[in-house]
Structures are given as C-alpha cells and as structure tokens.
Design a protein around this ligand. Structure first.
Ligand code: ADP
Ligand code: ADP
Length: 233
C-alpha cells in the first residue's frame, strides 16, 4: 500500500542554454503512517523533491507513481484533483488568511464545495482534534504561533489527505511549541494513518523521524554514512 513511489527520478531545470540537474536519479517511497524527514544543504534538491511528492511538478526522467499510476500520464487538471485529495501542505509561515477566523481558514479549501454543513462539521472536528475547540472564532492575530500552526494543520487535513507535506513546520516555533507539533503529527499518524513528510534544517526534528532522506547535490546519501559524516547530527 505504497502511496507514492519514485524510481530513478531525475529533475532538470533549463535556464537558457544551461541545464541544472536538481535530482540525479533518486528512489523513494512513502507509505501510510510514515514519518520521513528530508534534510540536506541549500540547493541539494529538497524543494524539488517536495514539489514532486506534492504533485506540483513531474520528473524529467524516471517515474513517480501515485498508488501505482505514473503521474506523468495525468493531465494538469487530473493532477490538481489528485493533489487536493492526496496531499496536505503545511508551511513554516502558516499562510493563514488574517481576515478569516480559525474555523473559516480550515474551511477555505472546501469553500467551493456544495456541502457547507458537512465542511463546517469536519472543520470543527479537526480544530477540536488539534486542541483548538475553544478557538473556532479567533482570528489568526489572536492566536499564538503554535496555535496558528495547529489551524494550518487542521486546514491541511480538510480533504482527508494521505500525506502531509510539511516544509520547516517548526521553523517559526520555539522548541517546546515545536515539540507539541511533532507530538500532534505522531497522533495523526497513529489515528488517521496520515504519512508526514517534512523538510527540516532542525536536527532535532530529523531525529524524531522514522526515516531520514539525506540529499546532497541531488543524490540521496546513506543515512548511516551521513551520520558518521556528521551531516545529520
Ligand atoms: P533546496 O530546496 O535543497 O535548497 P532546490 O530543490 O530548491 O534545493 O534546488 C536544487 C537545484 O535546482 C539548485 O541548484 C537550484 O538552483 C536549482 N533550481 C531549483 N529550482 C529551479 C528553477 N525553477 N529553475 C532553475 N533552477 C532551479
Ligand atoms: P520556505 O520554507 O523557503 O519559506 P515556503 O514554505 O514558502 O518556503 O514554500 C515552500 C515550497 O512550497 C515552495 O516551493 C513554494 O513554491 C511552494 N508553495 C508555497 N505556497 C504554496 C501553496 N499555497 N500551495 C502549494 N505550494 C506552495
């Protein structure tokens, strides 16, 4: 029951006459309840990998399969629909809409659906799930950083995604608040089977992960090797 699998994935960017190979033939797979940390220096291909996992982009060569289907065979519209129902995004800087309440922010991704009552119920349920049942009508300004990230996590779950992609989710939080968010991820993995994939510079977050994908110059280096090289620690 692999959700996403990449095989010999190459991603190239063309800038004028110059070709940059951002990923040089990597393999990866994400399964339900996984907690995977992607680490590596700036420019090593982390965002590129995240964009592929998030179905925001397709590989130049090699294959990325979503539940067995090559994503390169999807039309852009299909890929958008699959993304909506497969991937939840969480960012370092929350991206909440300041003029909407916590509840309305969580409902946002389903605003155009014709099931407002169902959406509202699910949004409330998710906010309770992340410990904000008493903050439904608060605006982002009225919430702490950790609470804002909880709202963003609730929002990312509104379409019941299989994978939560988190880009530096604890980057704007102090250690204790970040800890609470990692704990929440653990609960969501156990209870909702959601997989969490995070890009992080924080060795502490990487330590909490089941698996570390260590990217160096577009290639995955062996985690043990990386550790003995001091890259992870
Ligand atoms: P990271 O997230 O680890 O910093 P990126 O995936 O952003 O790494 O970038 C990997 C490599 O690909 C870098 O050399 C970067 O300059 C290049 N790159 C990323 N995006 C583009 C783009 N849109 N056009 C050209 N080159 C890009
Ligand atoms: P950083 O962690 O460097 O501050 P962001 O978290 O803002 O970067 O964004 C990380 C990646 O997610 C980027 O590649 C960006 O293009 C993409 N991204 C940003 N906002 C959205 C969004 N609302 N939906 C989908 N992808 C996004």
């Amino acid at each position: 029951d692999v959700i996403i699998r990449g095989e010999s994935v190459v991603k190239e960017y063309q800038t004028g006459a110059q070709t940059v190979q951002a990923l040089k033939g990597i393999d990866f797979s994400i399964q339900p309840s996984d907690f995977v940390a992607i680490v590596g220096p700036s420019g090593s291909g982390k965002s590129t990998l995240l964009n592929l996992l998030g179905l925001l982009d397709v590989p130049t060569r090699g294959t990325v399969r979503l539940r067995g289907t090559d994503v390169s065979t999807f039309s852009d519209g299909d890929r958008t629909t699959k993304r909506k129902h497969t991937i939840g995004f969480v960012f370092q800087s929350f991206y909440l809409i300041p003029t909407l309440t916590a509840l309305e922010n969580v409902e946002m991704p389903r605003m155009l659906d014709r099931t407002p009552k169902k959406t509202r119920e699910r949004a409330k349920q998710l906010l309770r799930r992340v410990g904000l049942g008493d903050r439904l009508d608060h605006y982002p300004d009225e919430l702490s950083g950790g609470q804002k990230q909880r709202v963003a996590i609730a929002r990312s779950l509104i379409n019941d995604p299989a994978i939560l992609l988190a880009d530096e989710p604890t980057g704007n939080l102090d250690r204790e608040t970040g800890d609470d968010i990692l704990e929440l991820f653990d609960e969501l993995r156990a209870e909702e089977n959601v997989a969490v994939v995070t890009v992080t510079h924080d060795a502490y977050v990487a330590e909490e992960a089941d698996r570390v994908v260590n990217l160096v110059d577009g290639e995955i280096t062996d985690a043990d090797e990386a550790e003995s090289n001091g890259v992870v620690e």
